[in-house]
Design a protein around this ligand. Structure first.
Ligand SMILES: [Zn+2]
Length: 163
């Protein structure tokens, strides 16, 4: 999907999101990352970008109709930032190594993700949503019975360690 920010990208993706199911959609929204690298994490520019992402996430949730049993939304950053250097994320500072994540939909146990969890657990969660079980990972975050009936639906939020 093309676009310079979340709003453009979601607009471009909206047609496909409405008809191409089941499937896997990966939408990269660069707004907060770009603001963090250019202006610094937790700056007013970063806050503006974060508010835009929040609004677009709300629009995406409305589009997805998370009430069905075939939809899982995973929203996360790829890294933290601003721990030691305002516009960087390369240190071991917790602000650089901690990544926010939200999961919503079928098979998601409401509550918080309990550490330790890392980015590696995210692909395992995606595989589980398609009915595959990955080995050598701690995930997935969704219930094993994701593709079956009787599973809970909810929102889970938390933080991942980068490594
Ligand atoms: Zn980045």
């Amino acid at each position: 999907m093309r676009g310079t920010g979340a709003r453009d990208i979601l607009t471009e993706a909206s047609g496909a999101l409405a008809v191409e199911r089941p499937g896997l959609f990966v939408l990269h929204w660069p707004d907060a990352d770009r603001a963090g690298h250019e202006h610094g994490w937790m700056t007013p520019a970063y806050a503006t970008a974060a508010h835009e992402l929040d609004a677009m996430l709300g629009d995406l949730v409305e589009m997805l109709a998370l009430e069905d049993s075939q939809t899982l939304l995973i929203a996360l950053a790829d890294h933290g930032g601003g721990g030691v250097v305002a516009t960087d994320h390369e240190s071991d500072h917790p602000a650089d190594r901690t990544i926010p994540i939200i999961l919503a939909g079928y098979g998601v146990e409401p509550g918080e993700i309990r550490l330790p969890a890392t980015l590696v657990d995210v692909p395992a969660t995606v595989l589980a949503a398609f009915g595959f079980r990955a080995s050598n990972v701690r995930g997935p975050f969704v219930a094993d019975s994701w593709t079956g009936g009787g599973c809970r639906r909810g929102v889970m939020a938390g933080a991942l360690a980068e490594w």
